[in-house]
Ligand binder design. Structure first.
Ligand code: SAM
Length: 279
């Protein structure tokens, strides 16, 4: 097990990992993402590549947008898959995009990364643009698949509403969104939760703003540190944006409410009405 918290774990250890180890981010950046064990980093990444194939219709020809691409964790396995496809990712943390530009994009020019100086109380408190007003920098009808892994779990509802509209605009007709959330429908105060999710940093016990019981945060003074939504609100935001729920939510591990689960977080699969020409 490779513990990335240990200062003695240096990059020379990374170079023993086969296949483009220089695409693995600097450990100090990885630690900022709360990563403790390197193998967990890869597990999340490979899991999402499976999720995108099963729920998002990802193929070798897909045109893909990742919202909040972080350090390229999920782009990493997608480079095996998107042989004839394209990948665009945007992210609000400058250092992460700088790393991806210098490494990933150079090695894989069909993977492009953009920095968006969008405000987030936790990830980019000095950001200039409100997320509720940010226009995704891509033309309409550009993508087969738009996904966000653990990003709406750090966003307020007005921002999520805008991102749903933006996703609908840039998706091709028939294209899909795969978004992870913490669904309040599965949360019970005091119920034991598995693994790290048992920590107080996942206690969604605070209502926020005028959203009533549809939305909760863990830390009201830093609301985007961790957020959770009720499914009804997600359905309303999706319908307002012209997106349909393609299927029932796919429950995650985090809440401790399900014996069978797919991802750590709950998955919402949305579709833009219409028929996809080719994917
Ligand atoms: C938990 S990390 C997940 C990163 C990446 N999706 C992954 O799976 O490795 C959450 C990411 O969302 C980004 N983020 C937060 N708010 C955002 C926003 N409004 N727009 C785009 N990215 C955002 C953060 O900067 C952070 O990199």
């Amino acid at each position: 097990m490779i513990d990335v918290r240990e200062q003695k774990t240096d990059r020379s250890q990374m170079y023993e990992i086969a296949y483009e180890p220089n695409l693995i981010p600097p450990l100090e950046l990885m630690r900022q993402e709360g990563v403790v064990v390197l193998e967990d980093w890869f597990r999340w990444a490979e899991e999402w590549s499976m999720i995108l194939r099963i729920y998002g219709g990802l193929t070798m020809n897909s045109s893909v947008l990742e919202i909040g691409c972080g350090l390229g964790r999920i782009a990493f396995p997608l480079r095996y898959i998107l042989v004839n496809g394209t990948y665009e990712g945007f992210e609000i943390s400058y250092d992460k995009v700088a790393f991806l530009e210098q490494t990933f994009h150079k090695a894989h020019p069909n993977f492009r990364f953009i920095w968006a100086n969008v405000n987030n109380t936790y990830y980019n408190p000095a950001g200039q643009l409100p997320a509720a007003d940010y226009r995704f920098p891509y033309p309409r009808n550009s993508f087969n698949l738009v996904y966000a892994a653990s990003v709406f779990t750090h966003m307020l509802p007005d921002a999520t509403a805008n991102y749903f509209h933006q996703a609908a605009r840039v998706l091709k007709p028939g294209g899909r969104c795969v978004f992870s959330f913490f669904l309040l429908d599965y949360y019970r105060q005091g119920r034991p939760r598995p693994s790290v999710f048992g920590r107080p940093s996942f206690d969604f016990d605070h209502q926020y703003g005028n959203y009533g019981t549809d939305f909760a945060t863990v830390v009201p003074e830093n609301p985007e540190q961790m957020t959770a939504y009720r499914l009804d609100m997600i359905k309303r935001l999706a319908a307002d944006a012209g997106l349909e729920l393609a299927q029932a939510p796919v429950p995650g591990l985090w809440s401790g409410s399900f014996d069978h689960w797919v991802c750590a977080q709950d998955l919402i699969v949305l579709q833009k009405p219409g028929l996809l020409a080719n994917s």
